[in-house]
Design a protein around this ligand. Sequence first.
Ligand code: MLT
Length: 234
Amino acid sequence: FATLNGIPDEAINNKAVIVIDALRATTTITVALAAGCLEVIPVLTPEEAIEMRERLGDERVLLGGERNALKIPGFDLGNSPLEYTTEIVAGKRLIITTTNGTRAIRRAAGGRLVFLGAMINAPAVAGLAATAGSDITIICAGTRDRFSLEDFLTAGLLVDQLAGQGEFVLRDGALAARDYYYCHRADPAAALQASFHGRLLADLGLEADVEFCSRVGATDVVPVYSGGIIKKAS
Ligand code: MLT
């Protein structure tokens, strides 16, 4: 278990890595793939996204993402999972940039296997990661290099799910995250709502997103990041 800020390379390289940005990037990417989006390309800046769309020259490409939790001007979609419906994303390729989530995904590039985790797919991600046959590092995207409760809670949920799948030696961050999850497992939605980012999203009228992001196990879709592209695990 690690936060993005200062994570050492040896915690990533040759490990199975699970990247979490529960509010909302890894939830949104999971929903996009579940809705039939062909692939998702995470990039760091809006400029990089626009430049890549031009370079790809593919009419199927959509631009998605946020800055300050709001849709980026000129983009097709924001970062709300509720926007990524089958009607809009099926058969499309998505280039996405978000403040913390896509940065964390790109940071994990050296992992042997890189999965994207959220509350909505935690049981499925844990099931797949448990068979990876190596150490597992969970990376919490956090918020602008600060600790985020929603990612910590999701990490705890994943640790709980992983512990049910095999014999793992848990480091202290994993133990603390699991304890925090145990405190809130009866009502994860309330914990997400109480988090700093959950309150910020509610202030923007996006409380439905927060509720959606707290639906533990709502989907079996596991996004896998490899070679710069995120696809659904087959
Ligand atoms: C991020 O990457 O910082 C986020 O997913 C923020 C958000 O849109 O809620």
